[in-house]
Design a protein. Structure first.
Length: 287
């Protein structure tokens, strides 16, 4: 794995008039080293810009998988890594009271209404498995409308988009990740996005929505997608799959220095004694 493309992205970001980046974990499991890699790269972009701003945004719309201990793990992980943010919640209580995505539901619903007004969505009563959620009682097809209860809204995507007919509104009426993420990045005036390669299709889907809605500010966001860390058997690290959680490293008193040294080595630094994010940033600044 090489992060030389990241170094090029970093240098371009340094010369941008503004630099606003975000860390956006989901509280659906305990964080792993792959999350820490993304957090570190994002924090570096903000730290090396003369007036860079790092936002902490916790994506918690999926209330079924959200747990208080996962929210707490996010703050404990960032403290362990030494990552400080300029905007966002100061802790779990502040998050719930002021920063949860539930507080921004009106913004997401407005985006959905814009998609609807432009005839960019259609009703769908099928689950992920392709089976109808509500089977008609008779032989006639069940009539569907966007206002039919408990249906998904799906996007009318062009054939060349990797993420085909993705959900924009869920059956319970909540906006999907794609809509919430797009809306939040605009709301918080993000200028640079650092994501894993597994989210490239999501980036393209959001860019397509932005192009249809005339959201030039989103289309102006610069994006970098880094390679993913894998398990020894080549599988993607996953919170839900039980990959080794960072809380274990914290529990045994391990320093996060191993992560910063790994990132430095990938970028091309020959120093082996990097022990903190600030030291890693200083080493990059001196290149």
């Amino acid at each position: 794995m090489t992060l030389q493309p990241f170094l090029h992205f970093l240098r371009e970001a340094q010369t941008a008039p503004n630099c606003r980046v975000r860390i956006a974990p989901t509280p659906s499991g305990f964080l792993h080293v792959g999350n820490a890699l993304n957090f570190t790269l994002t924090a570096l972009v903000a730290a090396l810009h003369p007036s860079g701003t790092l936002l902490l945004r916790i994506d918690d719309l999926d209330s079924a998988r959200k747990r208080p201990e996962y929210v707490e793990d996010i703050f404990e992980t960032l403290e362990w890594l030494g990552i400080k943010w300029q905007e966002g919640p100061s802790g779990p209580t502040d998050f719930e009271q002021n920063w949860s995505q539930r507080h921004r539901l009106p913004l997401y619903l407005d985006t959905l209404e814009q998609l609807r007004a432009l005839n960019l969505v259609y009703p769908c009563n099928q689950s992920r498995s392709g089976r109808a959620i509500h089977e008609p009682n008779g032989t006639e097809p069940l009539p569907l409308h966007l206002d039919t209860p408990e249906i998904n809204w799906r996007a009318k995507t062009p054939p060349d988009l990797a993420l085909q007919q993705f959900v924009v509104r869920q059956r319970n009426g909540d906006p999907s990740y794609q809509v919430a993420s797009l809306t939040d990045d605009l709301h918080f005036r993000i200028t640079h996005l650092i994501r894993g390669e597994d989210l490239r299709a999501s980036t393209e889907a959001q860019q397509w929505m932005a192009s249809q809605l005339g959201l030039e500010a989103f289309l102006a966001i610069k994006s970098y997608h880094h390679e993913l860390l894998k398990t020894p058997d080549g599988e993607k690290l996953s919170k839900s799959a039980g990959a080794a959680a960072l809380r274990h490293q914290r529990a045994i008193g391990q320093s996060p220095a191993f992560l910063f040294q790994m990132v430095g080595k990938w970028i091309g630094l020959d120093r082996q004694n990097i022990k903190s994010l600030s030291e890693l940033a200083a080493a990059l600044q001196s290149l």
